[in-house]
Design a protein around this ligand. Structure first.
Ligand SMILES: [Zn+2]
Length: 416
């Protein structure tokens, strides 16, 4: 039996181009695309760079050509999109997939009237510490595949349910087997053993735990929130991480107003995530900085909480990303199409803005230019919908519209 070269050379989701091993440079033309979302205004109409009756040529793992279908060059293989919509694979910049245990009962209780607090994370920490590496890795793989079937081709994965030096390092190693977008979140909550001496836990997170985790991650994150880490602690942790080459991102202003967003902007963080409770000063800071506002409406949905005001951010000129925030407590969904629908219905985004945020916005939040767009030179990460337009992602909520997904030019889901 000859192994598929596609499978043996496919890097993990989110792997940057440098990790990309050579593959035979066969070409595939996807023709008859009813609506192509390029996210490149130089290639088509509007901010999404929309092209009607389009074709895309994939060469190896990258896009080689984009243009009108009737002018598509010859290719080794041809896929007829039959008038359906093609868009960049979704870029999910925020997930917590290294976990064990089940919090169905917590969700059930919350839906019966009790408010969510950060304390529920401790349940998952206890289960994660006692789980085997294989069980944790299987869980990550299952959720990465689940997201992929829904069109996500790049996914960031955080630690944060270990909260000891060894358990955080193990979590990062497991995440790294599935993506290169790995985030050290030792500062998810204060570890239970340190409940009475949080400053000692901050010293651990910025000391021995950082020593172990810095070589294993690209990003450092902090849950800056009442009940987790205050602004001074978050600053200490993010600054220590940055000194070790990790780029900050911040869980900011999710449950209450606070210093997280302004700290993220001040430190040049790639992303401030949640942004649910914002003052005018917070919005101004985001508008005048380089930090992306990543909105996670699955969390508000799953906690029956007010949604962030995306319209306010967009009108101020802030770059907005969307992510499902997949985690076992506050948002147990991996579905970017679900978040697009929520963003349109509940957060004031237009369908175009929501699709941009789920693709190019996520890429911006991960500081990636090789994903989140369909243009010559970009990675051939593509999602084909069983619909004539990307607008159907919001127009037909809850419907499994993803017909096919390519990652690095390899068809990994669906038949096209
Ligand atoms: Zn999160």
């Amino acid at each position: 039996m000859t192994p598929s070269p596609a499978r043996t050379t496919t890097p993990p989701l989110g792997a940057p181009a440098r990790a990309h091993r050579p593959r035979p440079r066969t070409t595939t033309a996807v023709t008859g695309i009813g609506t192509l979302v390029t996210n490149d205004p130089s290639l088509g109409a509007g901010p999404l760079g929309l092209v009607r009756d389009a074709a895309v040529v994939i060469e190896g793992g990258h896009i080689a050509w984009v243009g009108p279908s009737d002018r598509a060059p010859a290719a080794d293989n041809r896929v007829d999109a039959q008038g359906r919509a093609l868009l960049p694979g979704f870029v999910d910049s925020h997930s917590h997939l290294v976990f064990a245990g089940d919090r169905t009962e917590e969700f059930n209780a919350r839906m019966s009237g009790r408010a969510y607090s950060a304390g529920g994370i401790r349940t998952t920490v206890a289960a994660t510490r006692t789980a085997s590496r294989n069980v944790l890795s299987d869980t990550v793989g299952r959720h990465v595949r689940e997201a992929f079937r829904q069109g996500t081709t790049t996914i960031e994965i955080k630690s944060g349910y270990g909260l000891t030096v060894d358990d955080e390092a193990r979590s990062l190693d497991i995440a790294a087997a599935h993506t290169d977008e790995v985030t050290y979140l030792g500062a998810h909550i204060v570890a239970p053993e340190f409940a009475d001496r949080p400053e000692d836990y901050v010293a651990l997170v910025t000391g021995p735990m950082l020593d172990a985790c810095a070589p294993r991650a690209r990003w450092i994150d902090v849950f800056c929130e009442q009940g987790a880490f205050d602004g001074d602690q978050a600053r200490t942790i993010l600054t220590a991480g940055a000194a070790r080459g990790l780029v900050p991102r911040v869980h900011a202003n999710q449950l209450s107003y606070g210093p997280g967003v302004r700290l993220a902007v001040e430190l040049g963080a790639a992303s401030a995530d949640h942004c649910t409770h914002l003052t005018d000063e917070d919005v101004d800071a985001l508008a005048n900085g380089t930090t992306v506002a990543t909105l996670l409406p699955g969390a508000e949905f799953s906690t029956r909480s007010p949604y962030p005001d995306a319209r306010r951010l967009l009108d101020a000129g802030v770059t907005v990303a969307l992510s499902p925030d997949c985690n076992p407590g506050s948002s147990y969904t991996s579905s970017m199409p679900f978040c697009v629908a929520l963003a349109v219905r509940e957060m004031g985004m237009t369908p175009d803005e929501a699709v941009w945020a789920a693709t190019a916005g996520g890429a911006a939040a991960l500081r990636r230019t090789d994903v989140g767009r369909v243009a010559p030179g970009a990675r051939a990460d593509l999602t084909l919908l069983d619909a004539p337009s990307h607008v159907h992602l919001a127009y037909r909520p809850g419907v499994p519209l993803v017909a096919a997904v390519w990652k690095d030019g390899v068809l990994g889901h669906g038949t096209g």
